[in-house]
Design a protein around this ligand. Structure first.
Ligand code: UDX
Length: 438
């Protein structure tokens, strides 16, 4: 059992804290946001994440988990996870390191001899080495390790309890063994279950995360580039993805063509990676990521163009229903949401847009107050000239075209996620269009 603190209780930190307590450790979650701390202490998740609230409540009841706003609470714990955010800097590609720097500078004076600080945030390569010197300046026997996190929203609990790999970026010898032993105790359960472990240096560990997200973004933009060619050639990108996906070297996962990626990670991480490579003089190596970003952003513009096309050349004055506001299903996260981006563009171009989502409406309303909102797909689609499916929640995938037809003004469906069965919709009298399909 390790006594640990988790600094930063956002998506990553809150899930990590609760899952560590569930694994038998004693955990104190620390965050500067008092309402968030109160919500977590009350067993209420401050965001929608399947299964998280159960783990949270169980961990609080076990007495092994608590939350506070007081950084002084780190005294008595030996391992300190840094889980604060690294958003994109305003007006730049680079990551904003304000929160990471504040967390480590705030933590360092409270460290006890032999403590281990563990970075989990996604950071530019070189950060761990810089932070290690801040740590040792305050407490000469304290160590720092980098332990990137790969959790996916919607699967955060599962990914934290049973990760597909663990990566330790360790300090140079002779400290590496000490830090590794402390991390092995923290991750005793997944290690015993056979989770692959990669031990490496700081820089490699930091780059693993940037490389993994770049690869995933590249896979999605690759298939979306194929979708553009398919559109020009009258071919079907969904069948193309199935066919190339059978090659195990390629694989079918993350080859779903559509509106592309959004969220709090992929876009900002590839941009920060390009910015950092530039500082290191290796910008040419990542020039392709600029193209990955452009392909991704073009899908949003193309979606609006397609809406115009099926509405006969103009969306001015048209009533449009948008199914989905979250950046992906099973999440209420609307950061860089492709769905809301398209909804807002259409509204700005003169359409009346009504958005619905099972979980993300409160967040969407706050950030996009000028859009219209409805609680259900049927309400959003009432009187609509056009319906767009932009986030593939299960309840939208299984919508009955005949039932939806009873409320709309015009049977036009744009499937932004290739989530529907085209023949089913066409047979029900709908004009069905999707990205990358004839
Ligand atoms: C991602 C990484 O997967 C995760 O490992 C990392 O820790 C954080 O960033 P997440 O942002 O939760 O996780 O979402 P992910 O499931 O990767 O989806 C990202 C976006 O890509 C979503 O908008 C999704 O709709 C889109 N996507 C995904 C596609 O457009 N096509 C696909 O085939 C897969």
């Amino acid at each position: 059992m390790t006594k640990m603190t988790v600094i930063g209780c956002g998506y990553l930190g809150a899930v990590h804290a609760a899952c560590m307590a569930r694994s038998g450790h004693e955990v104190i979650g620390i965050d500067v946001d008092a309402p968030k701390v109160e919500s977590l202490l009350a067993g209420k998740a401050p965001f929608y994440e399947p299964g998280f609230e159960d783990v949270l409540v169980e961990a609080l009841e076990s007495g092994r988990l608590t939350f506070t706003t007081d950084l002084g609470a780190v005294k008595g714990s030996t391992v300190h996870f840094v889980c604060v955010g690294t958003p994109q800097r305003a007006g730049e590609n680079a990551a904003d390191m304000t929160y990471v720097d504040a967390a480590v500078n705030g933590l360092a004076p409270h460290l006890s001899p032999g403590d281990l600080v563990v970075g989990k945030s996604t950071v530019p390569v070189g950060t761990a080495a810089r932070l290690a010197s801040i740590v040792s300046a305050h407490q000469s026997t304290a160590l720092l390790a980098w332990n990137p996190e790969f959790l996916r929203e919607g699967f955060a609990v599962q990914d934290t309890l049973s990760p597909d790999r663990l990566v330790y970026g360790l300090p140079p010898a002779p400290h590496a063994e000490v830090a590794k032993a402390m991390l092995d105790e923290v991750y005793a359960q997944p290690l015993a279950a056979g989770t692959p472990l990669v031990t490496t240096d700081y820089a490699t560990a930091e780059l693993v995360k940037a490389a993994a997200n770049s690869f995933l973004a590249t896979k999605i933009s690759f298939i979306n580039a194929m979708a553009e060619v398919c559109e020009a050639a009258g071919a079907d990108v969904a069948q193309l993805a199935d066919a190339i996906g059978h090659d195990v070297r390629i694989g079918r996962r993350f080859l779903n063509a559509g509106l592309g990626f959004g969220g709090g990670c992929l876009s900002k991480d590839i941009r920060a990676f390009m910015a950092r490579a530039g500082e290191l003089g290796a910008d040419q190596a990542l020039a392709f990521l600029r193209e990955i970003d452009s392909i991704n952003m073009r899908r949003r513009v193309r979606m609006v163009d397609l809406a115009r096309e099926v509405c006969g050349g103009s969306i001015v004055g048209r009533h449009i229903a948008v199914l989905g506001a979250a950046f992906k299903p099973n999440s209420d996260d609307i950061r860089d949401s492709p769905a809301l981006n398209v909804a807002a563009q259409m509204q700005l171009q003169g359409a009346t847009v009504t958005v619905t989502d099972p979980e993300a409406l409160a967040n969407a309303r706050r950030v996009w107050p000028n859009l219209h909102y409805a609680d259900t797909a049927m309400q959003a689609a009432a009187g609509a000239d056009l319906v767009l499916l932009l986030t593939e929640w299960e309840e939208y995938r299984t919508i009955d075209p005949d039932e939806l037809a009873t409320v709309v003004a015009g049977r036009r469906m744009l499937d932004g996620r290739n989530a529907l069965e085209p023949t089913q919709w066409r047979n029900a009298g709908w004009t069905y269009r999707a990205l990358g399909r004839p």
